[in-house]
Design a protein around this ligand. Structure first.
Ligand code: ATP
Ligand code: MG
Length: 214
C-alpha cells in the first residue's frame, strides 16, 4: 500500500493543489491519496478562518468522481490545534510499519518546517514529497533539511531525493507550476471578481451560493 497524505488548510482547495496531487499520484505510483484539511491550522489565526466543516465540504466537492483521491476528516476528530505529527502517528499506527506513507507539502511549507511541532521527528515516520511552488527557491531545500532537520541528510540525484538516516526519503518534485493560492482566491472573491478556472466549478459555485470570503 502506497498512501499519499496531503495536508493543508484548503481555504479553499484549488487547481494548484489538485494538479500537484494528480502528478504526484502518477510519479510515485500511489494507491490512494488523501486530502487532509486541518481543523485548526497551527500557523493560521483561528478566529479568521473558514469553519472546518465548510473547508471539508469544498474539498469533498473538489475530489468527487476522482478514482483515487479521497478526503479525510481525521483532524476534525481531535480537539485543539491540528499538528501533522499527531496525524502521521495516527496513520502509522493504523496502517502498520509496512505501509509506504508519503506526506505531501509545498516548497513554501517545508522551508518553514522548523516552526512545526516535533518537526525533526516527522522525518522518522514516513517519506515526504515536496512540491515545487512559484515564489519559493528550490535551492534552499537542502540547506533547510541539513541545517534544521538532520546534518546527515544525503542527496541522491538519480531520485531527486534526500535520504534521512532513518531510511525515509524526502522527494523533491518539479510539477506544473501554477501560481494559484487560496489567499488570492479569497481576495478576488472578496472584491467580487472572478475566480473561475482557478478551482473546480463545483467549489466555485459553493463559494458563491454560501457567500464565502465576502
Ligand atoms: P493560503 O494562501 O491560504 O496559505 P495555499 O494556496 O497556500 O493557501 P494551503 O492550504 O496553505 O494553500 O496549502 C496546502 C499545501 O499545498 C501546502 O503545503 C502548500 O505549500 C501546497 N500548495 C498550495 N498551493 C500550491 C501550488 N499552487 N503549488 C504547489 N503547492 C501548493
Ligand atoms: Mg499556504
Amino acid at each position: 500500500m502506497r498512501l499519499g497524505l496531503f495536508g493543508g488548510t484548503f481555504n479553499p482547495i484549488h487547481y494548484g493543489h489538485l494538479r500537484a496531487a494528480e502528478e504526484i499520484l502518477e510519479s510515485l505510483a500511489l494507491d490512494r491519496l488523501l486530502f487532509i484539511p486541518a481543523a485548526q491550522p497551527p500557523h493560521k489565526d483561528s478566529g479568521a478562518i473558514t469553519p472546518f466543516a465548510t473547508r471539508l465540504e469544498m474539498t469533498r466537492l473538489a475530489v468527487e468522481g476522482h478514482p483515487v483521491f479521497e478526503v479525510s476528516d481525521i483532524e476534525g476528530q481531535r480537539p485543539g490545534r491540528s499538528y501533522s505529527i499527531e496525524t502521521l502517528r495516527q496513520f502509522r499506527a493504523g496502517y502498520g510499519a509496512a505501509a509506504e506513507l508519503f506526506f505531501i507539502l509545498g516548497l513554501d511549507a517545508i522551508l518553514e518546517i522548523n516552526t512545526w511541532k516535533d518537526y525533526r521527528q516527522l522525518f522518522t515516520l514516513c517519506h515526504f514529497v515536496v512540491l515545487d511552488r512559484p515564489g519559493s527557491a528550490p535551492d534552499q531545500l537542502a540547506t533547510v533539511l541539513q541545517q534544521e532537520v538532520h546534518p546527515q541528510f544525503r542527496y541522491q540525484a538519480s531520485q531527486e531525493a534526500f535520504w534521512h538516516p532513518s531510511g525515509y526519503q524526502v522527494f523533491f518534485r518539479r510539477i506544473t507550476l501554477l501560481e494559484i493560492s487560496s489567499t488570492r482566491i479569497r481576495q478576488l472573491a472578496g472584491q467580487g471578481q472572478s475566480i473561475r478556472y482557478l478551482l473546480p466549478e463545483t467549489v466555485r459555485r459553493y463559494i458563491l451560493i454560501n457567500k464565502l470570503y465576502q
